[in-house]
Design a protein around this ligand. Structure first.
Ligand code: ASP
Length: 334
């Protein structure tokens, strides 16, 4: 049950209060707004469906986001996450992931190689160690010690794209994103990008998870926003949660997901809060980020969702009830 006093005390947002009043007038319990799951990017309807299997049975948001994120991680066609993810400039597939629950428990792995499901390793870091983050070889050792199998994550098609890129070896995040977009549309697939997933379960608890192979052709060892708690993902069960996608360096500079959650704490709706973060980023970086994309999605404890991006083209997938997938295009700034 949502603690209504707490809800009102934090005065989440005018829209949230209106929703609450309307629900109370109509005699609809707040639970009507949940469970729900939202993810960055339209193709992640498949990931939402996997998460929904848990949520629909009254399961925990934490289990739902882990299971959901594992879908693109295992999909070789998804070139931005897990198996089949595009490699760094040295041809190494290095993965970043994190997970956070309603109690502020969190775990993260950065620059992890050879493991198909980094989100599961991140969860184990959270549950089995006194730490929050494990990186590189240490993360791999930890995964292997916990029964994960070492695998080759570089698929033939990702290797081919990398070899093609090597001919120019030009790296610029904006350019790389454009290049990847062209590649994807040439292959007829809309299969980007980092997955950030947020779920609100029937008990009123929120959890989130994020997983990516990061920017294609990055320097070896580069880590983006996605596995950084507060940048790529943040959850505060008194307020809501947010997650990000796009050029991670820009998200890190403004502690993106945390900024969104704090804006919700002080009264913004999820969409307004995402917009505030994008505007802050643009104010800081105008002139340098026009060729890049950054997007946020958010949910508050009343079950309202929203998103906003820097540029046109950011989509997100929502599931609010059995079998009903909703894909939305985020509003954008420039
Ligand atoms: N945020 C990811 C990163 O910077 C990439 C992405 O979302 O496309 O590693």
């Amino acid at each position: 049950m949502i603690n209504r006093r707490k809800f009102l005390r934090h005065s989440l947002c005018a829209a949230g209060a209106t929703l609450l009043a309307a629900e109370l007038r109509a005699g609809i319990p707040l639970a009507a707004a949940r469970p729900l799951v939202i993810s960055t990017w339209a193709p992640n309807v498949k990931a939402n469906a996997a998460a929904w299997e848990i949520l629909a049975k009254g399961g925990k948001a934490l289990d739902a986001v882990e299971k959901g994120v594992m879908v693109p991680e295992a999909d070789p066609e998804d070139t931005s996450v897990g198996y089949g993810g595009l490699p760094d400039r040295d041809g190494r597939v290095t993965l970043d992931a994190c997970i956070m629950d309603e109690k502020g428990n969190c775990g993260s792995v950065m620059c992890l190689e050879h493991i198909v499901h980094p989100v599961q390793v991140a969860r184990l870091v959270m549950e089995k160690t006194p730490h929050v983050v494990l990186v590189g070889d240490g993360a791999l050792q930890f995964a292997l010690a916990n029964g994960f199998k070492k695998e080759n994550l570089l698929t033939a098609s990702s290797e081919k794209i990398w070899k093609e890129w090597l001919r120019t070896s030009k790296y610029d995040p904006g350019d790389t994103m454009k290049y990847m977009k062209e590649k994807r549309s040439a292959g007829g697939k809309d299969n980007h990008d980092t997955i950030g997933m947020l779920a609100l379960d029937a008990m009123g608890n929120i959890s989130g998870a994020c997983s990516t192979s990061g920017m294609a052709f990055k320097l070896h060892g580069r880590v983006g926003d996605s596995p950084i708690i507060g940048a790529g993902l943040f959850v505060d069960n008194e307020v809501g949660a947010a997650t990000a996608t796009g050029v991670g360096e820009e998200v890190i500079r403004i502690c993106g997901a945390h900024t969104v959650v704090e804006a919700m704490r002080y009264g913004k709706s999820p969409k307004e809060a995402c917009k505030l973060a994008v505007e802050r980023m643009y104010k800081l970086r105008k002139g340098s980020i026009e060729d890049k994309q950054i997007g946020f999605i958010a949910v508050n404890i009343a079950g309202e969702t929203g998103a906003y991006s820097l540029k046109e083209g950011f989509t997100y997938a929502c599931r609010f009830s059995d079998g009903l997938d909703v894909v939305r295009s985020a509003d954008y700034l420039i």
